[in-house]
Design a protein around this ligand. Structure first.
Ligand code: HEC
Length: 154
């Protein structure tokens, strides 16, 4: 092999590698693929969220009929969440999970919602996976839209 052919062979190797790298960048990491969402689907997804947000809003404001429908009793003191947390003030969902001094344990937002139901509200703790918990979580997160996630912040 002459020097020139050797150089040409080396260069073609480089260009193949460059093309492969470009293809990899273009295609993106495997597994991150997602089908495009149609405007109709997007609307349905947003409606699903807002339905939960509205339920959570009612629960957060101590609506007796909603509590009854969902089979929960969130307060025995007559205090609704919103009385201490107007517009979800000081619920800080974006700081979870974190170590919570009140419980002396590493806690999720759901743990803390239950802490407030049980302690200040003297209500009955709810199942972490229950519809009521999901609705409260949806309302609290939605109300804090735009907050920067800082798990662990105290
Ligand atoms: C009587 C007043 C009162 C009521 C009613 C109340 N809370 Fe709280 N809530 C508190 C206090 C006090 C804290 C502790 C603040 C702290 O030091 O983190 C707190 C903390 C929280 C936090 C965590 C805040 C953080 O910074 O990490 C969440 C979430 C929360 N409450 C949700 C609820 C929900 C949901 C309800 C209704 C089921 C509710 N609270 C009802 C007083 C109340």
């Amino acid at each position: 092999m002459t020097d020139r052919t050797r150089l040409r062979t080396a260069l073609s190797g480089v260009s193949v590698a460059a093309v492969l790298a470009a293809v990899a960048v273009f295609v993106g990491p495997a597994g991150a693929h997602k089908d495009p969402v149609t405007p109709q689907q997007l609307k349905a997804y947003e409606d699903a969220l807002m339905e939960q947000v509205k339920l959570g809003d009612l629960l957060f404001h101590g609506d007796a009929a909603t509590e009854k429908n969902m089979g929960v009793s969130l307060s025995k003191t007559g205090m609704a969440c919103a009385m201490c947390h107007p517009m979800t003030a000081d619920t800080h969902p974006h700081t979870y999970p974190k170590f919570q001094a009140q419980m002396a344990k590493f806690a999720t937002l759901r743990d803390m919602i239950n802490w407030c139901i049980e302690k200040p509200n003297q209500g009955e703790m709810i199942d972490s996976d229950s519809d009521a918990m999901k609705a409260l979580e949806a309302y609290i997160y939605w109300s804090n839209t735009g907050s920067v996630l800082i798990p662990g912040r105290y």
